[in-house]
Design a protein around this ligand. Sequence first.
Ligand code: GLN
Length: 212
Amino acid sequence: MKNKLHTNDTHKNDTMRIAVIAIQGNVEEHIESAHKAMEDMGIRGEVLPVRHSGTIPTCDAIILPGGESTTLGRLMAREGIDIEIKEAAAAGKAIMGTCAGLVLLAKDGGEQVKRTGQKLLGLMDVSVDRNAFGGQKESFEIPLEISMLDSPYNVVFIRAPVITRVGPDVEVLASFNDKIVAARQGNILGLAFHPELTDDLRIHCYFLGMVK
Ligand code: GLN
């Protein structure tokens, strides 16, 4: 049984195009979840894996999967995808970053981000700490209250980051052990966990509801 998000926020357009940055990480899982969420919400459209520049400007929304944020950031810059994502954000297109994707969305980061000098997109007014759940808790799954969902969601953390600071325009959506793990700033959604690794489509449905 799939959990559905009951929302009036359905998309009015005929077709929707979602870009999934396909450089690293759980690309296939995100594509599948986005497809199923579209089906559930009665939205027609396509989900496109994106490795090069040129496609993002034709899309309505972007998903930035997990992986290794240093590598992802470097390869996105090499392909010119970073600029396209920034332009899409400025145009109000919906963008969801999960795990390493959240790191890349952030404005700045803690010691690890500073040490590696990695480039961030800076689209969310948040600071992040990478690999914030160390040791035996590197990977785990736990039910968590998320503010826009009416029952707990099983979140999967894999060497996850946390948000250590939020700016005034950022809405905190979920915390775990007093650490912020989900937040939204307008058209941008940042999650420390992996909604693509569960069968629960509510997060992807919520994201589709953000698409204009
Ligand atoms: N630890 C990775 C990073 O900071 C993120 C891990 C993930 O995306 N699963 O880039």
